[in-house]
Design a protein around this ligand. Structure first.
Ligand SMILES: CC(C)(COP(=O)(O)OP(=O)(O)OC[C@H]1O[C@@H](n2cnc3c(N)ncnc32)[C@H](O)[C@@H]1OP(=O)(O)O)[C@@H](O)C(=O)NCCC(=O)NCCS
Length: 174
């Protein structure tokens, strides 16, 4: 779907941070501080910070999505992922996940995990599509509304990477 729309996927830069903060604040009740992104950009060589940028008709472009994934030994931990509300439902999060999982695998990850709010059915559905399954519930994990967190794991990164669709994806890597 997004192929027609000129979306570029690339590493995050420092000058993206204001736009990243806008998406973060529109997407989460507990947004990250700018310093958290800055830390990962500058001080965390194991953080894969990637963005989706949409070209507009004019010469300008707009940041429409981002993902931060930490590589911890053989595990890819999707720390945050969000798409600007005006650009949801176009496959942008799917592409961000696919590209970052592929890149994490190339850097040595064999599995992936993340935490998601129990009420966030849209995100759970997204992760389910990639084979993530709920393995644990952390009661009252989120301090703003005492909501439970669900821990979702994907143990078959190797198998997923072997799937035929990734041949196309490799052409679009970050
Ligand atoms: C969750 C989020 C990242 C999805 O982004 P997106 O670009 O709209 O997602 P996609 O278009 O790639 O959708 C992929 C899948 O996600 C699921 N999904 C996305 N939006 C959904 C919705 N509103 N309701 C139910 N499922 C939804 C579907 O399974 C969908 O697959 P389908 O199109 O085959 O039905 C986006 O809604 C968002 O930024 N939400 C706020 C931040 C957030 O919750 N991040 C995840 C934290 S763990």
């Amino acid at each position: 779907m997004i192929e027609d729309k000129k979306v570029t996927f690339r590493p995050m830069r420092k000058d993206d941070l204001d736009s990243v903060m806008v998406i973060d604040r529109l997407s989460f009740s507990m947004p990250w501080p700018k310093s958290a992104y800055l830390h990962d950009l500058i001080n965390n060589p194991n953080a894969l910070l990637r963005v989706a940028e949409m070209d507009s008709n004019s010469s300008s472009s707009q940041l429409v999505g981002m993902v931060d994934t930490w590589l911890i030994l053989d595990e890819a931990h999707i720390a945050t992922l969000a798409v600007h509300p005006d650009f949801r439902g176009q496959g942008i999060a799917s592409k961000l996940i696919e590209l970052v999982l592929l890149e994490a695998h190339e850097k040595g990850a064999s599995r992936a995990m993340l935490e998601v709010r129990a009420s966030n059915h849209a995100a759970q559905s997204l992760y389910n599509k990639y084979g993530f399954v709920i393995v644990h519930r952390r009661p009252r994990y989120y301090y703003d509304n005492k909501e439970d967190a669900l821990l979702m794991n994907m143990d078959n990164l190797e198998d997923w990477v072997k799937s035929a669709r990734l041949v196309e994806l490799r052409k679009a890597t970050f």
